[in-house]
Ligand binder design. Structure first.
Ligand code: KG4
Ligand code: ZN
Length: 343
């Protein structure tokens, strides 16, 4: 029987568990999304998320074991995302993982959630993807990393305000599109003219590896509601206008993301680019990345759709730590903040 690991994920608003073999085969990956609970607020409410994790974590673990046909006593290790994330949410997964590791007397492995998003790319690649530039674009993060190997990542740059996914969610709210904003903006923008509005692209002409999306979000807001203190009344919203704004917004985000990846590749000399996180599911982004990678002869690996948004299967990165004996103490605390050089 292959060695087995249980991986838990509760950093934000998905409660997830996966059973993963040592060779990386995912035997089960259960994700209980809380979208329905946060939808009416237009974003994740931390208190609501923490309570929902508490209710769901045990049934989710049960289902993951059942689907994998695995008993608790067959596990060789328990892994959990300990950072970064919402503290109340993190506490639930970390407490469950500690309890299991202690009672089963197996090692506990701490996962860095952001680099796990990059590792989702390794899971679909036959060859080693590292060294690589890693881009994580999600609801909480927009980070570029210089990844020497799976566990050695140095933060090259990140957003100074909103994350890309957060911008999608907020712009969707401005356009009165459903939450989460990424998929609804993508759908709405399919019928739109991406060149209709020249929205700003922050840091585009600078070599600095940083992102900013709040100016873009404000530009969309002014386009829809008018600029405060200005006489010009914006035209009434129509389906076509909404689609044009959505497509132009998407294009602005995508162009900045692709540009910064190009700059990070040039600065590090890396030949591989790995992209993960919820926004990596975006069609326009995937196409633009492919185009750039083809032109620059870069090997591009984008996380598979099912492992773009939060999941526990990307916790397969824990096997890399297992092999190196990098275990966490049972008194480890979750940490909400980003780690600049995660391990
Ligand atoms: O990785 P994830 O599940 O959560 C975090 O770790 O933050 O990402 C969720 C984010 C949301 O902001 C959502 O709007 C965005 O990913 N997203 C997308 C798409 N699908 C999800 N953004 C753009 N296009 C999509 N197709
Ligand atoms: Zn995430």
């Amino acid at each position: 029987m292959a060695e087995l690991l249980l991986s838990l994920e509760s950093t934000c608003d998905e409660t997830a568990a996966a059973v993963i073999q040592r060779d990386g085969t995912v035997l089960s990956s259960i994700v209980s999304s809380q979208t329905d609970l946060h939808e009416r607020y237009g974003g994740v409410v931390p208190e609501v998320a923490a309570r929902a994790h508490l209710e769901r974590i045990l049934p989710v673990i049960d289902r993951s074991l059942q689907q994998a046909g695995v008993q608790l006593n067959q596990l060789s290790a328990v892994a959990v995302a300990t950072h970064p994330g919402l503290i109340g949410s993190l506490l639930v997964g970390v407490t469950a993982a500690k309890t299991l590791a202690m009672t089963l007397d197996v090692p506990l492995i701490a996962i860095d959630h952001v680099t796990a998003h990059i590792y989702a790319c390794q899971m679909v690649s036959r060859e080693k993807i590292f060294p690589a530039v890693g881009l994580v674009v999600s609801g909480g993060h927009t980070n570029l990393y210089d990844c020497r190997d799976a566990l050695t990542a140095t933060l090259l740059g990140s957003t100074i305000d909103d994350a890309a996914g957060e911008a999608f969610d907020k712009v969707a709210a401005i356009l009165e599109l459903p939450y989460p904003g990424g998929p609804s903006i993508q759908k709405c923008g399919e019928q739109g003219n991406e060149d209709a509005f020249p929205f700003p692209r922050s840091f585009y002409d600078q070599s600095r590896l940083a992102f900013s999306f709040s100016g873009l979000k404000t530009a969309v807001l002014y386009e829809v509601r008018g600029k405060p203190g200005h006489q010009n009344v914006p035209p009434p919203m129509t389906d076509q206008r909404r689609a044009d704004i959505a497509a132009s917004f998407e294009k602005a985000v995508v162009e900045v993301l692709v540009r910064k990846c190009e700059q990070a590749l040039a600065q590090t000399g890396a030949k591989n680019l790995c992209v993960g996180g919820g926004v990596a599911a975006n069609r326009r982004l995937r196409i633009a990345l492919q185009k750039m990678a083809g032109k620059r002869r870069i090997k591009l690996v984008v996380a598979p759709m099912e492992y773009c948004t939060d999941n526990a299967a990307m916790g397969a990165i824990a096997w890399e730590k297992y092999e190196r004996g990098l275990f966490a103490p049972l008194n480890i605390d979750p940490t909400p903040g980003l780690v600049r050089a995660p391990m």
